[in-house]
Design a protein around this ligand. Sequence first.
Ligand SMILES: CC(C)(COP(=O)(O)OP(=O)(O)OC[C@H]1O[C@@H](n2cnc3c(N)ncnc32)[C@H](O)[C@@H]1OP(=O)(O)O)[C@@H](O)C(=O)NCCC(=O)NCCS
Length: 198
Amino acid sequence: MLHEIINKLLTKIGEFLSKIKTKVISIITRFYCLFIGVKLGKKTIFYGIIKFKRASNSIINIGDNVRFRSSETSNLIGINHKCIIATHLPKANLKIGNNCGFSGTVIGCFNEITIGNDLKCGANTLITDSDWHLNDARSSPPKPIKIGNNVWIGYGAIIMKGVTIGDNVLIGAGSVVTKDIPANVIAGGNPCKVIKQL
Ligand SMILES: CC(C)(COP(=O)(O)OP(=O)(O)OC[C@H]1O[C@@H](n2cnc3c(N)ncnc32)[C@H](O)[C@@H]1OP(=O)(O)O)[C@@H](O)C(=O)NCCC(=O)NCCS
């Protein structure tokens, strides 16, 4: 009985401290974003320390009420690394809509990535419009990515360059999306294909 009470008390204290930590990190990160020219909407929350990198003359524009989970246990599905949100070339344009959530997500933007509203982006996901090694003859140039509204990207999925994902799509865990996915479907696999119409 006493054991249970102590356990509950410690949990409450832990939750309280973690709320304060999140508030402090969110305030500091907001100032940092102002300093490096990342545009943040209202009520963005940072659970743990995120990594931002903005190339000169590029745009990072984040909407209202977006949550970035970067600490390992801020999502109990398990986060392997912090969120890394970056533009890598001048004129790169990264836009994230309102009410989106990211857990240990890496977004690497060399050209253009546009994300709509209400994206649920599962733990350890990667969204990149480039092959990264730009001078390697085996790679092809960066191509824009467009993700619609109300999309859910499952754990560990990878969204590759040139892909458009329609509204109300669920991308299954561990998928590698290399081609466009139409609206209102569940899709999965490597390469990612439509599994079900919604
Ligand atoms: C995609 C998903 C929603 C499908 O669930 P479901 O609707 O119950 O579908 P089923 O399990 O009946 O599977 C239907 C078919 O899709 C396949 N499939 C399911 N999930 C898949 C995935 N992630 N990748 C590839 N194929 C998948 C199944 O093997 C099955 O194939 P079959 O018809 O040839 O037998 C689910 O498997 C999934 O990946 N959810 C993501 C959850 C997640 O990542 N949450 C945490 C982070 S937010």
